[in-house]
Design a protein around this ligand. Structure first.
Ligand code: C2E
Ligand code: MG
Ligand code: MG
Length: 536
């Protein structure tokens, strides 16, 4: 997202162009070429005819004194051919003019939606800025992107995706004045340009209107499709001093709208750039973190609520950067996922967790299971199963001691391959837990479909367990787990009151600061050696 092509770039083919669009553009290009060839042929023909007619006229003039019959008939013939040639050349001019108009339209409009394209928008933005400067007005540029469009394209096909884009284009156009521009940048990206804006609030109102326009489903090919928008707003001259800055900052603001949970709008602020710079520096440092051996794992016990016995440990990643306080995963795992570094990092986590667990077992410390968090990028990587297999082999850890924690969204995305991968892991003997359960789809059908062993109730429910609604949700999840024969672990247990509720609802296991914070391997071993953890 950070490296999105800018308007000024212009020349590149938008990466999201569908097959149908590309085909249509090729066909239109071929049609234009044929028209041009035909026009050139007709022009040549007309020139030959004119030349012949002129020659005959000259001959006639030379023989004018004789005025014989043959010269007169040639003169008539020449005149007729001259008329035909004139009509032909008239037609040719019209064809050539139409082609030129069509070519210039195509150069400035998106084929699929008929909306102005990137290059026309750039022109209009430059003009609007010049006008706004003269009239002391503002210009608003809004970058927007359809949330999860790729999913629709992937599951229902490009033809449905294309129709959805056309339907979205119409709704966006209906939200703005005739003097404003709705443009398609390619893929699922649209840009709205509001000219002569009086105050920032006007742009915010339009953004709300655009988001609101997506509330009703799009009915396409018998499908009822719902989509939402993430919108980034940048105002000239407040947030950007020229067209290039306005485009870049609107894009940055849109990125923040996405990060902010999608289906919302964000106006650009200067600290967004500061955050982008910080993010880049984290990404650069992450690239060296493995080589410099800056990662460590901390372990947090899972506890049998009734007996207090340790039933396992969750391995949690920490980054010990030189001259930095300990960095927690919420600050870097997402960045590592975005730039692909999570693959080597995740592999290190898995290897180190298995190595540590095998070492504890060798020392006679059996804590049951080691749980390792696996993110979507890792789970869907084609080498993942092979890596798990190899790491278990290399470390000599019995697979029954390993549990992988996945979130619901990891499984729902690409459900078919996910099911196959889960079955393969289960047949190896590895256990599967659903992490942060209740925050995603929580659908009963996938609970039955996927071979799962454990549900980890999300911390937010445990935190709310002292209110009636929170308690009801916890009870429902525990009952669900019981009936599906799944182990249930309550995450984030912090208070005795929460523990009492969990106990009264017969929640089998818990994890949280009340029992122990995540600690380094040696501290964990000392803790586990005591066997039973009492709440403190
Ligand atoms: P998670 O898997 O849900 O892990 C539980 C998080 O809750 C941990 O945060 C843990 O320190 C924290 N926690 C435990 N007990 C309590 C409590 O009583 N109160 C509160 N407020 N928090 C508690 P942490 O270590 O910062 O990890 C955050 C998330 O980062 C994890 O959530 C997991 O999704 C991700 N993560 C951690 N390690 C890894 C890793 O090795 N790989 C990947 N892909 N993700 C990881
Ligand atoms: Mg976890
Ligand atoms: Mg969790």
């Amino acid at each position: 997202m950070g490296t999105r092509t800018t308007l000024a770039g212009g020349g590149n083919e938008p990466p999201g162009k569908s097959f149908m669009e590309r085909e249509a553009a090729v066909l239109a290009g071929e049609r234009l070429l044929r028209t041009r060839e035909e026009a050139a042929r007709l022009r040549e023909e007309a020139a030959v005819v004119r030349e012949a007619a002129l020659r005959t006229r000259e001959e006639a003039a030379r023989a004018r004194t004789g005025r014989n019959a043959s010269v007169e008939s040639r003169l008539r013939e020449a005149n007729e051919r001259l008329v035909v040639a004139t009509v032909n050349s008239q037609n040719l001019t019209e064809v050539a003019e139409q082609s030129a108009a069509r070519m210039s339209y195509m150069a400035e409009h998106d084929f699929l939606t008929g909306l102005p394209n990137r290059s026309l928008l750039t022109d209009r933005l430059t003009q609007s800025i010049a006008l706004a400067q003269r009239h002391s007005k503002k210009v608003a540029l809004m970058f927007m992107d359809l949330d999860h469009f790729k999913h629709i394209n992937d599951t229902l096909g490009h033809a449905v995706g294309d129709q959805l884009l056309q339907s979205v284009a119409k709704r966006l156009q209906a939200c703005v004045r005739g003097s404003d521009t709705v443009s398609r940048q390619g893929g699922d990206e649209f840009v709205v340009l509001l000219t002569e804006v009086e105050q920032a609030q006007d742009a915010a109102l339009t953004a709300e209107k655009l988001i609101e326009s997506m509330v009703e489903p799009h009915h396409i090919d018998g499908h009822r499709l719902l989509t939402t928008l993430s919108v980034g707003i940048c105002l000239y001259p407040d947030d950007g001093k020229d067209a290039e800055a306005v485009v870049k900052n609107a894009d940055t603001a849109m990125y923040h709208a996405k990060k902010n949970g999608r289906n919302n709008y964000q106006r650009f602020t200067s600290d967004m750039n500061a955050r982008a710079v910080k993010r880049q520096s984290v990404e650069d440092a992450l690239g060296h973190a493995l080589d410099r051996q800056e990662f460590v794992l901390h372990y947090q016990p899972k506890v049998n609520i009734k007996s207090g016995a340790i039933t396992g440990a969750e391995a949690l990643l920490r980054w010990q950067r030189a001259n930095h306080p300990l960095v927690f995963p919420t600050e870097f795992v997402r960045i590592a996922e975005d730039c692909g570094l999570i693959l080597p990092i995740g592999k290190w986590v898995l290897r180190e967790s298995c190595r540590q667990m095998a070492a504890w077992l060798k020392d006679g410390l059996d804590i049951g299971q080691i749980s390792v968090n696996v993110s979507a990028v890792e789970f869907h990587d084609q080498n993942f199963l092979g890596d798990v297999h190899a790491i278990l082999n290399d470390t000599g850890l019995n697979p029954r001691h390993l549990e992988l924690e996945l979130t619901e969204s990891v499984l729902i995305r690409n459900a078919e391959p996910a099911t196959a991968a889960l079955h393969a892991l289960r047949s190896l003997g590895v256990q599967i837990a659903i992490d942060d359960f209740g925050t995603g789809y929580s659908s009963l059908s996938y609970l039955r479909r996927f071979p799962i062993n454990t549900l980890k109730v999300d911390q937010s429910f445990v935190r709310d367990s002292d209110c009636e609604a929170g308690e009801a949700i916890i009870s429902a999840i525990i009952a669900m787990g019981e009936s599906l024969k799944l182990k249930v672990v309550a995450e984030g247990v912090e208070t005795l009151q929460q523990l009492t509720v969990l106990e009264s609802r017969r929640c089998p296991e818990g994890q949280g600061f009340l029992f122990s914070r995540p600690v380094a391997a040696e501290a964990f071993a000392a803790l586990a050696a005591t066997g039973v953890l009492t709440a403190h």
